[in-house]
Design a protein around this ligand. Structure first.
Ligand code: PRP
Length: 209
């Protein structure tokens, strides 16, 4: 009898695409998977247990080994620097991290402020540019910050670009492209290597090169 493999899934936007990918890879996922408030879903016939986490927390569950593998955005992996291995670029949920702000404005020269959900990424980016900024950590609706004078710039995810456009903001620099990745706990990878290799191979086939 094989061990159960625990997979941490990101709740929200990425979830649907991630579930579709698993189904394409041949995993039989029950209908409750798509439409439930349950946070733990066992799929006994596939020997899988899914935990449904906030996207920002997926790598945390994997790092602590309570999930063997997880599906996490590259944005989260860059921000959190968790001790997990990245096994596969799933090429879903494409978006990018960018610096944005009100059009035709310069950053305040004395104490420029940058609002973001990604303080580590933003800090590293501006340090590389040789600019010292004050980072203001927010948890969402980041675009609000420059509109009401909380910050000069934001560092945030751009997907369709609609949020920036509808709020009269423009993109200044693109920082890094983001897609979802399959990550694994290093110890799980040693213990459950056959199951994890099988998952990777099946997903790899669907994702392509
Ligand atoms: C994300 C991101 C942007 C928006 C970008 O926010 O932080 O605000 O999506 O998408 P777009 O380019 O397609 O408009 P999300 O809706 O996930 O919520 P949040 O503001 O609470 O982070």
């Amino acid at each position: 009898m094989k061990d159960v493999l625990t997979i941490a899934m990101p709740k929200g936007r990425i979830f649907e695409e991630a579930a579709e990918l698993l189904r394409k890879a041949g995993y039989k996922l029950p209908p409750e998977f798509d439409d439930s408030r349950k946070l733990i879903i066992d799929v006994a016939e596939e020997n899988l247990r899914f935990i449904l986490a906030k996207p920002m927390d997926v790598a945390t569950y994997v790092e602590h080994g309570v999930a063997d593998v997880g599906i996490a955005g590259k944005d989260v992996l860059l921000e959190e620097e968790r001790d997990v291995y990245e096994l596969l670029d799933l090429k879903i949920s494409y978006c990018y991290l960018a610096v944005a702000g009100l059009p035709d404005t310069k950053m305040n020269e004395v104490a420029p402020r940058v609002a973001t959900k990604y303080p580590n990424v933003a800090e590293a980016y501006f340090r590389e540019q040789g600019e010292q900024v004050e980072i203001i950590k927010l948890n969402g609706s980041i675009e609000l910050a420059p509109l009401i004078g909380l910050s000069d710039r934001i560092v945030d995810i751009v997907s369709t670009g609609r949020t920036l456009k509808e709020n009269g903001l423009v993109e200044y620099e693109r920082i890094v492209d983001v897609t979802s990745r399959l990550v694994v706990n290093p110890v799980s990878y040693r213990i459950k290597d056959a199951q994890i290799d099988d998952l990777v191979a099946r997903l790899h086939e669907v994702v392509g090169v």
